[in-house]
Design a binder for this molecule. Structure first.
Ligand SMILES: *[C@@H]1O[C@H](CO)[C@@H](O)[C@H](O)[C@H]1NC(C)=O
Ligand SMILES: *[C@@H]1O[C@H](CO)[C@@H](O)[C@H](O)[C@H]1NC(C)=O
Length: 397
C-alpha cells in the first residue's frame, strides 16, 4: 500500500470505529435510562454537598427500609442498607431486589445492601461497632459525600433532599451535628460507672448485655459526654474515627465497649476531647422526637395528631413511627410529593408527573436543586444553630 492509501485506510477505520462507539453508547444509555446521555455527577467544593445514609432495621423491616430509602433518595447521595442478623437472608435478598427494580437506583448504582450482617444487642456496644463499620464502608465506596447520616427503619424525613442539600450548601463542610452534654446527672451512676458486657461481641447465639458486680470510677483521663445516638457527622471527623492515626478514637472505643448504650456517648466523647474537632460541634441531632417527662427508653410514636407541630419544628427527620402509620402518608403527600413505591421527586426528575408515570424514571441534570416550602423552616433552625455556634455557648460544655 502507498503512503496515501495507508492514510486513507486509517481514516476509514477510525471513522468506522467512532460510528460503532457512538451506536454502542446510544444503545447502552437507552437501555439503562430513557435519556440519551446519563447525567454526570459533580462533587466537590464548588458543587452542592452530598450525604451518605446508613439505614438499618431488624427482622421484618425490609419494606419500611425501602419506603424510607425512597423518601430520602437522590442520585448524588450514597446509601447503605443493613438488615441486622436476626433478619433472614431471604428478606435481605428481597430488599436488594426491590431496590434494584427502581430505574434510577439501577442506573446510578448508589444503593447497597450489607451482605454480611452484624448482630446487635439492645443497649450493647455492638451498635457502635456496626455504625463504625458502616462509616468505613461508605468512606471506602464513595469519595464524594460530605456528611454521614444515621437512620433507623422507624425514622422518616420531614423535607426533600433538594431542601436538605440547599440548606447544607451554606454550612461549613467540617461541621458535625451531634446533640451532647457533659452534665451526666443520673447517667453518671446508671450509665458511666456500671460495667456491662455485650455477648454479641464474642458469642455466636443471640443474647442480652449483662452487668458486672463491680462499678468503676468516672473517667478522669478524659471528660465523658452523652447525648442523642442520632448523628450527622462530617467526613473528616469520621476519617479521624475510622482510620485512627490518633489513639483517642481507639482507646475510647475500648472504654465504651463496657458502657451501657455506648452509642449515646462514643462519638460525643471522642469529638469533645479532640482539640481539632471540638470547635466543629453543633449541639443538635436535627431530629424531631417527643419524650415523656421523665424520659422513657424510647420517644413517643408519632401520629397524625403530631403532624403540624412536627413540620413546624424545623427538624430534618423525625422518629419514631409505627409501620405505615397514616402520618407517613401525610408527609409523602404534603411534603415529599411522593407517589406509592416511587422515589421522592426532586429537580433531577424530568419525567411528566402522572399516576401512570413516575417522574423520576427520567432525569436531567442531577446537580441542580429546587428547594420547596420545608426548606424555609429548616433554614431558620439551621441559622439559629449556627448563631449558637458562633457564640460557642453550647459547644462541648
Ligand atoms: C477552638 O475554640 C477555642 C475558643 O474560641 C479556641 O481557643 C481554640 O483555639 C479553638 N481551637 C481550634 C483548633 O481552632
Ligand atoms: C396520637 O398519640 C397520642 C399519644 O402519643 C394519643 O394521645 C392520640 O390519641 C393519638 N392520636 C391519634 C389520632 O391516634
Amino acid at each position: 500500500m502507498g503512503a496515501e492509501k495507508k492514510w486513507l485506510f486509517t481514516l476509514f477505520i477510525a471513522a468506522l470505529l467512532s460510528l460503532l462507539l457512538l451506536l454502542l453508547l446510544t444503545s447502552l444509555s437507552s437501555f439503562s435510562s430513557p435519556k440519551p446521555f446519563p447525567s454526570i455527577i459533580h462533587h466537590g467544593a464548588h458543587y452542592p454537598p452530598a450525604f451518605a445514609y446508613y439505614i438499618y432495621g431488624g427482622r421484618g423491616d425490609a419494606d419500611r427500609i425501602l419506603r424510607l430509602l425512597l423518601a430520602v433518595y437522590h442520585p448524588r447521595n450514597r446509601y447503605l442498607l443493613h438488615l441486622v442478623a436476626e433478619a433472614s437472608d431471604d428478606e435481605r435478598n428481597r430488599l436488594a431486589a426491590s431496590v434494584k427494580a427502581v430505574p434510577a437506583i439501577e442506573a446510578f448504582g448508589n444503593v447497597d445492601v450489607m451482605g454480611k450482617p452484624d448482630r446487635l444487642t439492645y443497649m450493647g456496644s455492638s451498635n457502635i461497632a456496626t455504625t463504625l463499620r458502616a462509616a468505613a464502608i461508605l468512606l471506602r465506596m464513595d469519595g464524594g459525600w460530605n456528611w454521614f447520616v444515621t437512620l433507623s427503619a422507624l425514622d422518616y424525613p420531614l423535607l426533600t433532599q433538594d431542601d436538605l442539600s440547599h440548606v447544607f450548601s451554606s454550612v461549613g463542610r467540617g461541621l458535625n451535628f451531634i446533640d451532647h452534654t457533659s452534665e451526666l446527672g443520673w447517667k453518671e451512676s446508671q450509665r458511666v460507672q456500671p460495667i456491662v458486657v455485650d455477648p454479641a461481641i464474642y458469642l455466636a447465639r443471640r443474647s442480652q448485655i449483662f452487668h458486672a458486680t463491680e462499678k468503676r470510677k468516672t473517667p478522669d483521663a478524659f471528660k465523658v459526654f452523652t447525648g442523642s445516638p442520632w448523628v450527622v457527622l462530617s467526613r473528616p471527623f469520621l476519617e479521624f474515627c475510622v482510620l485512627g492515626w490518633d489513639n483517642l478514637p481507639r482507646t475510647l472505643l475500648m472504654y465504651f465497649t463496657n458502657v451501657v448504650l455506648s452509642q449515646e456517648g462514643y462519638f460525643h466523647t471522642v469529638i469533645c476531647n479532640s482539640p481539632e474537632f471540638m470547635n466543629t460541634t453543633v449541639n443538635s441531632d436535627l431530629r424531631y422526637m417527643i419524650w415523656d417527662n421523665p424520659p422513657k427508653m424510647e420517644p413517643h410514636f408519632l401520629n397524625i395528631s403530631d403532624f403540624d407541630q412536627m413540620v413546624q419544628s424545623g427538624a430534618a427527620f423525625a422518629r419514631q413511627f409505627h409501620r405505615d402509620d397514616p402520618v407517613l402518608n401525610m408527609v409523602d403527600e404534603r411534603i415529599l410529593m411522593r407517589g406509592h413505591n416511587r422515589a421522592a421527586p426532586g429537580a433531577w426528575c424530568s419525567g411528566r408527573q402522572s399516576w401512570l408515570m413516575d417522574p423520576c424514571s427520567q432525569w436531567g441534570d442531577v446537580n441542580v436543586f429546587k428547594p420547596g416550602p420545608q426548606a424555609k423552616k429548616f433554614e431558620e433552625s439551621m441559622t439559629s444553630l449556627l448563631d449558637d455556634l458562633n457564640s460557642q455557648s453550647d459547644q462541648c460544655k
